[in-house]
Design a protein around this ligand. Sequence first.
Ligand code: RBF
Length: 355
Amino acid sequence: MKQNTVHRDFHKVERRVLGAACLTFLLCLPGCAAKKEAETGAAKTVHIGVFIPGVASGSPIYEMLAQGVRRAAEDFSQEAGAIAEVTIVEGGYNQAEWESKITAMAAPGSYDLIVSSNPSLPAIAASVSAQFPEQRFLLLDAELAGNPQIFTMRYDQWEQAYMAGHIAALVSREAEGSLLVGLVAGQEYPAMTEVIAPGYLAGAQAVDPGFALEFRVVGNWFDAGKGAELAQEMIRRGVSVILPIAGGANEGVLRAAYEGGAKIVWFDTNGYNIQPGTVVGSAVLAQEKAAYEQIKRFLEGNLPFGSAEIVGTAQGYVDFVEDDPDYRAAVSDAVREKQAVLTARFRAGEGPAGK
Ligand code: RBF
């Protein structure tokens, strides 16, 4: 895994100062209104604040976000001779504090853009944007159209979950397990209950209409002990493949599956090498790429604030990872062939067979 350099300190500045930027560096001490001062110098400084709604470690969707923003800032600095400075702010697990933390980021007017990722962010950003009409937001894994200060990009997570459910059912059936597929979620939220869980079940039922869903909720995004408990209980009930979408609690689900002889389908990133042989699928999001591209667009003045874009497998932002030696080692040829037919259909924009 890439080095995780996310700072935990609120308002701690991570500097990306490249090229002949020493003068601006001196001007841009943390907390100062760096934008105006920098504009008087040779190179313009663009300040980007990344708000992690939770903790980055253990949640690849947030690690990819931070990484993509940093990479775009570096490239932009090199190409344009300007300076894009990135500050990472971890919001922590108390969701009640997120709005006040984002308000504190917006209030001084020091960020040209606040970036975040989570379906609950549009409501918070809309409220903060009403207080600070100059503040712009880029929100991934989120959807809100019509607010001229906010741009959102949402992934087609029905496709992502469908591919996860399809491999889960194929592997269960081959193991002659029960007609149950497992899903452990960090919490219940509309994208989970209306898109991800139904997509996962639909993918499983495409293999066999008799499949049913065992759904459990940890209640937070960090309790690995609870994740393990829920997974053990599912395994006792005959579930042989589980999809964990629970951030830091995923680790407990994975451990329980490994110890209990069950399998795991990983979500958001390629997880095969986390526990080779136990992880039998990886339904991924190109969140690093999306963050990179949207920051580039912003820096080039082309981000269409007010609009909401949706991207899926056919556009290259959702996928199922097949070209991995640990996938080939963990899953039979027959199962991989069936899964490949589905993946190819999604990549071609055709949707599942029969739809
Ligand atoms: N996903 C994570 O991986 N880690 C988190 O800490 C996390 N926190 C979330 C908090 C809220 C309020 C909501 C609505 C979703 C959260 N998610 C989290 C889920 C995330 O948005 C996404 O659905 C999953 O990562 C699957 O792609």
